[in-house]
Ligand binder design. Structure first.
Ligand SMILES: *Cc1c(COP(=O)(O)O)cnc(C)c1O
Length: 379
């Protein structure tokens, strides 16, 4: 039985009636950009994220750009972020004219290593972007301590962690501001592009609202240079239909993850399953295992059986050609190792138990075939 890495039609199909109604409402409203649908979604999303302000924008990438612009980060500034993350975390830093400075990650959580952060601080460092990768919050307590000591701003990249908690509080607005993505593969997946900036600081919220709309206080009168980072009414209306289901989606992801953990326990010598660290909730936007030495062979084996998997991410950012212009990069051994070992397995909420059994069966068959060549094969 083939198993998709992600099938967004199952989730959206279950809500088709409501989604059609919301879309129809927008179509007849004649109001397609920002407006009442966006404001009402912003209020609902702010409540879910326990943030005072939510500013709807065109994508998670644009949310990062707006966040950096709102904090006046630009040429001459350095911003530290993990090397092992999605490209947009660092490209947004470069796009505002600042220098992305890469720090290493922790192998047990895939998240920014606070010691690596501290080691990379210079007099030019203005901010840090911890990423709550795969849905698990970063070590925010340590990161805030370091940021406080050195006067750094903190932008949480919560693109994969909308609704996740750290020490009992929702992530996203715990630092100066945070960003969320509603790209269809994210834990609250839209039906197109959308993002959000979260903050408890009214000045950052006001500035972000201006920046997303060309910096115009009123149309054609510009107090600052922003861009077109506006959220469509259609996406807001569709996301508002899905938002009340977020907790139920998260519970399903966490149940799949727990079951993977049990089913893969016998392969602990070959497969490292993801760790959920204390003091935080892991919302399992991705279920990412580590397979030292045999990741690519396992992925091929799964693909031959029609089983989807994904490598998030195959090349750490400090090795990307486009960042070479920032000069020699540091050695980041954990980022390199993770890029060579990670494999994400299907964990979308609607994955069935039979499909999950199929994935695990194929993983097990792969390792049994490897072990068959050893003196005392365990299976
Ligand atoms: C998806 C993602 C983004 C970008 O979001 P888009 O909505 O795709 O622009 C940024 N950072 C991380 C960590 C992401 O996973």
């Amino acid at each position: 039985m083939p198993v998709p890495m992600l099938d967004v039609r199952r989730q959206n199909g279950a809500l088709e009636g409501e989604l059609r109604e919301a879309a129809a409402r927008v179509i007849v409203s004649g109001s397609y950009i920002l407006g009442a649908e966006v404001e009402s979604f912003e209020a609902a999303a702010a409540a879910v994220a326990e943030a005072q302000f939510a500013v709807g924008v065109s994508s998670g990438t644009d949310a990062l750009l707006v966040a950096l612009m709102a904090l006046d980060i630009g040429p001459g500034d350095e911003v530290i972020c993990p090397s092992f993350t999605f490209f947009a975390t660092a490209s947004s830093i470069a796009r505002v004219g600042a220098k992305p400075v890469f720090a290493d990650s922790l192998a047990n959580s895939f998240n920014l290593d606070p010691a690596g952060l501290e080691a990379r601080i210079t007099p030019r460092t203005k901010a840090v972007i911890p990423v709550h990768l795969f849905g698990q919050p970063s070590d925010l307590r340590r990161i805030f301590e370091i940021a406080g000591k050195h006067g750094l701003r903190v932008i949480e990249d919560a693109a994969q962690a909308f609704g996740a908690e750290y020490e009992g509080r929702k992530v996203g607005a715990l630092g100066d501001c945070g960003t969320v993505s509603f790209y269809p593969s994210k834990n609250l997946g839209g039906l197109g592009e959308a993002g959000l900036l979260l903050t408890n600081d009214p000045r950052i919220a006001d500035k972000a609202r201006l920046l997303r709309n060309h910096g115009a206080e009123r149309q054609y009168f510009h107090s600052m240079i922003g861009g077109n980072f506006r959220l469509d009414a259609m996406q807001a209306a569709l996301l508002a239909v899905k938002l009340p289901h977020l907790e139920e989606y998260t519970r399903a992801r966490q149940q799949h993850a727990a079951r993977y953990g049990e089913l893969l326990a016998g392969l602990a010598d070959s497969v490292a399953t993801p760790q959920s660290l204390p003091e935080r909730s892991h919302i399992m936007n991705q279920y990412t295992i580590r397979v030292p030495g045999m990741r690519d062979a396992l992925r091929r084996h799964l693909a031959e059986r029609g089983i989807g998997s994904a490598i998030y991410y195959p090349l750490p950012l400090h090795r990307q050609e486009c960042f070479a212009r920032f000069g020699p990069q540091p050695e980041l051994p954990v980022a390199d190792r993770l890029a060579a070992e990670v494999l994400s397995l299907p964990v979308f909420p609607e994955l069935t138990a039979a499909e999950q059994d199929e994935v695990v069966g194929a993983v097990r068959a792969f390792f049994c075939a490897q072990w068959a060549r050893t003196p005392s094969p365990p299976c």
